[in-house]
Design a protein around this ligand. Structure first.
Ligand SMILES: C[S@@+](CC[C@H](N)C(=O)[O-])C[C@H]1O[C@@H](n2cnc3c(N)ncnc32)[C@H](O)[C@@H]1O
Length: 477
């Protein structure tokens, strides 16, 4: 006798209730409320995908194999034909990397086991779209599965698993974990102990966003402004003369690159040279040629800035490879008559003539550059501490050498948020003698007036604008 309809209903409800809607497993078929397009084959065809399917496939490939900063991933992104595909792919990869902590938390809540490689990457790709890029969940899941199916090594159960986990995550109303979970424990604890937990949270928030824009320093800002206007490149000129471009696409294809009219440099990174210029202008004699040493010079952003003012700049760089890149930059910007690079250790380098001033943009842990360099968000304690120790010692050695060159003024800067690499180094230099702080005045730093500390030094956080920097100007006494 066939079972009665009411018995069937009870049975059906029991099955539904016993299904784990959370914590999907990679073993066996997908669990959970699977509706909509269920992948049925490992087909390489993509007849239903939208015009951005290539962008998602490339993003998936990058996320499953390498970090967003590698050359390989850049060339994969460049292989995409349309600018909008390249932008989408960059946004997907960058957001997945920047939000890694928050995404991992979602995966942990919805998958019993953490999968590997491309399956893990597909989960990240789907979650990025649903939770951070406002893609409607059904579209995010469908597009992710379509991209996943183009990988020949992926099995049906793996596709079903991704489908189930993404559906489970899309149904969840749990709040996201805070963006501080995207910082490594080492970075969050050093930021908190140096600056307090609210600064640490602000930095985490800024570093978790992919902004995609770029800031340029120009040989002549008016010429660049006019050129961008002619070519309809949306841009914004800062009070310091830096030019912000929101969606530059490929840097090498942006107008003015080949002509060397600009180079990529954050507006806070342009401040050390500007501050040196202000003090040099106070002390230089009428008609005197300004000669400066740019210590730790590559890739040459600050050297080119100073060269574009007509100064004679001697760059000193330890690494041949970086010096080579700097030479290319100098040639592109047609500044080879003004800027030279010597490959040498600045701890022992001696300039041929005493420079009127020098700029020491010291090697550092670069924790202020997390907007561009996602790796700094992840640094482990062992790596971070070792790096800091070595670089602090190198910088003291360079200072000890450079202070005897006979300069009258100098600027010290680091793109680090660490007190040890910034404020404490200045204390060390003052103890070593021969210099006094030349206070930075608000009118010299439009847009950054609030970043001057009580000793007249600049401490810029990434949440202020651009890269985090610490800058102090000295006068020799
Ligand atoms: C923060 S980067 C400089 C950025 C550069 N000032 C600019 O504006 O483009 C620090 C540079 O110092 C170099 N460096 C590290 N130790 C050095 C040393 N002992 N002597 C000279 N250069 C050194 C590194 O190779 C690196 O290129």
């Amino acid at each position: 006798m066939p079972p009665r309809p009411s018995l069937l209903l009870v049975l059906f409800l029991l099955i539904i209730l016993s299904m784990p809607t959370l914590n999907c497993s990679l073993q066996g078929p997908a669990q959970g409320p699977v509706t909509g397009p269920v992948p049925t084959s490992n087909s390489h065809s993509n007849s239903h995908s939208n015009s951005h399917s290539n962008a998602r496939q490339v993003a998936l490939k990058i996320l499953s194999t390498s970090s967003s900063t590698s050359t390989k991933s850049s060339s994969l992104i460049s292989s995409l034909q349309s600018p909008s595909d390249r932008n989408l792919c960059t946004n997907l990869v960058q957001t997945a990397n920047r939000r890694e902590g928050q995404i991992d938390d979602i995966i942990q809540r919805h998958a019993k086991k953490r999968p590997k490689k491309v399956v893990l990457a597909a989960l990240k790709l789907g979650i990025v779209q649903m939770k951070f890029l406002d893609t409607p969940p059904h579209a995010a899941i469908y597009e992710t599965l379509e991209a996943l199916k183009t990988f020949p090594s992926v099995s049906k159960p793996q596709v079903s698993f991704v489908n189930a986990v993404l559906r489970s995550a899309s149904n969840s109303t749990s709040p996201l974990s805070p963006s501080t979970s995207n910082l490594s424990p080492h970075i969050s604890s050093t930021l908190s102990s140096d600056w307090g937990s609210s600064v640490m949270s602000e930095v985490a928030e800024v570093y978790s966003l992919h902004d995609g824009g770029v800031t340029l320093s120009c040989t002549d800002v008016d010429v660049v402004g006019e050129m961008f206007r002619t070519h309809n490149v949306t841009n914004e000129v800062s009070p310091l003369g830096s030019v912000g471009v929101k969606n530059p696409g490929s840097i090498k294809k942006l107008h003015g690159f080949d002509e060397g009219l600009w180079w990529v440099q954050d507006s806070s990174a342009s401040l050390p040279a500007i501050l040196l210029k202000n003090s040099i202008e106070r002390i230089k004699k009428e008609g005197e040629t300004v000669r400066v040493v740019d210590v730790c010079s590559a890739p040459g952003g600050k050297a080119m800035q100073m060269g574009s003012w007509g100064w004679e700049v001697e760059g000193v760089e330890l690494k041949e490879k970086r010096a080579k890149r700097m030479r290319e930059n100098i040639e592109r910007t047609r500044l080879q008559n003004k800027v030279t690079v010597t490959v040498a250790d600045a701890k022992t380098f001696q300039p041929s003539l005493p420079p009127l001033g020098f700029l020491l943009d010291a090697p550092c842990t670069a924790t202020g550059t997390g907007r561009k360099n996602v790796d700094v968000m992840r640094r482990s304690e062992a790596e971070g501490k070792k790096m800091e120790e070595e670089l602090v010692n190198t910088t003291v050695g360079i200072w000890e050498n450079a202070k005897h060159w006979g300069s009258k003024v100098c600027v010290f800067s680091v793109c680090s948020l660490s007190v040890r690499e910034g404020e404490s180094q200045v204390d060390t230099f003052l103890r070593m003698g021969g210099v006094e702080i030349d206070r930075i005045m608000p009118e010299e730093v439009p847009g950054f007036e609030g970043s001057i500390d009580e000793q007249g030094r600049l401490r810029i956080f990434p949440s202020d604008r651009g890269d985090g920097f610490f800058i102090t100007r000295f006068i020799f006494v």
